[in-house]
Design a protein around this ligand. Sequence first.
Ligand code: NAI
Ligand code: MG
Length: 476
Amino acid sequence: MIRNQNFVDGKWAASRSGKRFETVNPATEEVIADVPRGDASDIDAAVRAADAAMKGEWSKLAPAERGRLIFKLARAIEAHSEELARLETADNGKPLRDALGDMEGVVSTLEFNAGAADKLQGDTIALPKQYVDFTWLEPLGVTGHIIPWNFPLGMATRSIAPALTAGCTVVLKPAEQTPLTALRFAELAQEVGLPDGVLNVVTGFGPESGAALVEHPLVRGITFTGSVETGKLIMRAAAATIKPVVLELGGKNALIVFPDADLNKALDDVMEGIFHNCGQVCSAISRLVLHRDIHDEFVECLRARVSKLTVGPGMSNPDIGPLVSEEQYTRVHNYLALGKENGARVVLGGGRPKEFEKGYFVEPTIFDRVSPDARIAQEEIFGPVVAAMTFETEDEAVAIANGVPYGLSSGVHTQNITRALRLARRLQTGSVWINEWYIGGVQAPTGGYKESGFGRERGLAGIMNYVQVKNVGIRI
Ligand code: NAI
Ligand code: MG
C-alpha cells in the first residue's frame, strides 16, 4: 500500500508545513493522489537521518552483505513489477507495456550494481621499497538524487543503486509530476531490510525541496537529471559547499543515414528512437540527418509507418501515450507552432489528435526540410517530434550533428565500417551508436559532452560517482 507521505528514517512523515500537492493522470487530467510538499525543513530531517545512517549499522555491513540487500530489492521489484508499472502509467502516462519494460530495467540496474558491491578495489602504488602505499575506495557519504519524470523509477534507481553499492546513503527528491513509484520503492526497500535512514524520499518542488538538498552542507554529492537550465542552477548552488555534481541534461541527438545503410533497420530505429515514451527521452532521435540520395524515399517510408501509430491512454497500451503534464503539453505544442512558422514542411502530425477531449496528447510529428540552425533543430523539444534535414558530404553530416550545444548521443547507419568508425571519432557525444540506436543498457556508461552535462552513469563508471579515493602511505 502506498502511504503518500515522505519516507524519512524508515518512517512515513507528513511535511513539516503540513502542505501537500496533487499529482494527475496525464491521460485524464484527473487527480490520482496527493503527496507532501516538502521544503528545506523536511530535507534537513532526511539528510540528518541519512548522515546518522552513514555511521550506523549500514557502515558496518560487509560489501557482499550490501550487495545481497540490493539483490533482495531487485527480487522485490520483480515481484511487484505489475503493480509498480500500473502506478507509473497512472502517474506518467506511458503505455503499460513500456512501464513494465522500465521495471525490467530497474531490476537489471539493481542486479548489476548488487553484483559489483564486493568488487570495488583500490590499488597498490609503485613507490620506492621503503614505502607501502595503497588506496581505499570510500563511500562519498550522504548523496542527493534529483530525478525527472520521464522514467521516474528507472532514473531514480540508475543513481540510487550505485550509491548504495558504494556504501553511501540516499535522499531522493523525485519529480513533482511523478512522485508515486519512488515512495513504493522505499517501502519495498524497508521490507527487504535496508536499515532505516539509508534511503529517504522527500517529495516536493524543485526550488523548494530540490534546492535545499543541493545546499545542505551534510550532502556530499548530487546527481541530477533534467534540463540544462536547472543543471546550471544546481552546479552554481553546489559550489557553496564544494559538492561534486553529476549532471545529465538531455540532448538534441542526430541520426545520420548514408545511402548504403540498411534502410529498414534505420527506420525501425527512428520509430523506437523518437516515438518511444512519447519522445520524452534524453537520448531520443530528435534530428534525422539524411543523405540527399535517400532522403525522399526515407521520409516517405517513415511517413507511412508513423501514420499507423496509435495514440491513447497508457493503460490501453497504445503506441504513444500522453505527454507527462500540462506544462510539457504547452511546451511541445509551442514548438509545433514554431516549426510551422519557421517554414519547415509538416510531413505528418503537427497538432492535437482530434479524438480526445482531455489529456495531454500530441500527434506524432515529422518536420522535413528543417534548417540545421532553426530552433526546432537546435532545442530539445522532448516530444514525439522529429526534424529531418539533408546532407551531401560526410563533413557536412558531422558539422550538422555537432552543430548544437548538446552532446549526449548520436548514431550512424552505414555498411562501411571505416566510415562508421571515422564518424564515431568525430562525433562530439557521450554515446555513438552504429547501425542500431540505444545500444547499451545497464552495463555501458552514458553521459554528456558539452552542455549535455558531465559524469557518467551506468556501468562500473556509474559507481565511481559515489566513491572517493583515499591514499594511505606507510614508511616501513
Ligand atoms: P527540470 O530540470 O526543471 O526538473 C527536473 C528535476 O529537477 C525535478 O525533480 C525538479 O523538481 C528539479 N528541480 C527543478 N528546479 C530545481 C532547482 N532550482 N533546484 C533543484 N532541483 C530543481 O525539468 P522540467 O522543468 O520538468 O522540464 C523542462 C525540460 O527539461 C523538458 O522539456 C526537457 O527538455 C528537459 N528535461 C530533460 C530530461 C532528461 O532526461 N535529461 C528530463 C526532464 C526534463
Ligand atoms: Mg523546470
